[in-house]
Design a protein around this ligand. Structure first.
Ligand SMILES: Nc1ncnc2c1ncn2[C@@H]1O[C@H](COP(=O)(O)OP(=O)(O)OP(=O)(O)O)[C@@H](O)[C@H]1O
Length: 93
């Protein structure tokens, strides 16, 4: 799972993305389908905030257009983190 995460295009742009987020109130991220915008970028932000001792104060909201995709994304991200749903990832339908 870790190797897979590191193979995605989003991982290669991780530092650039975190720098852009820290320096701007709003950014637009555009990338090919499956590059990691939905499941990886929120985790990069959370991990960055945890490293900065701000993890407890960090809330990340990720919207999806359908219930099924909201559930699928939530389950996937929780699985990647080795957690159960409801720990750091909670779907809100
Ligand atoms: N539920 C899942 N089960 C297995 N693999 C998944 C799942 N969700 C995502 N992935 C994998 O993680 C990678 C990143 O997916 P992600 O949804 O973050 O990409 P994305 O850039 O948001 O794509 P899109 O623009 O289509 O929404 C995908 O290439 C896919 O292989």
């Amino acid at each position: 799972m870790i190797e897979f995460r590191r193979s995605l295009p989003a991982y290669k742009e991780k530092d650039l993305l975190l720098k852009a987020i820290s320096e701007n109130q709003v950014i637009v991220v555009s990338g090919e389908t499956g590059c990691g915008k939905t499941t990886k970028l929120p985790q990069y932000i959370l991990e960055y905030e945890i490293e900065a001792a701000r993890g407890a104060a960090c809330s990340i909201i990720c919207t999806q257009p359908r219930r099924i995709s909201a559930m699928s994304v939530s389950e996937r991200v929780a699985a990647e983190r080795g957690e159960k749903l409801g720990e750091s990832v909670s779907p809100c339908l």
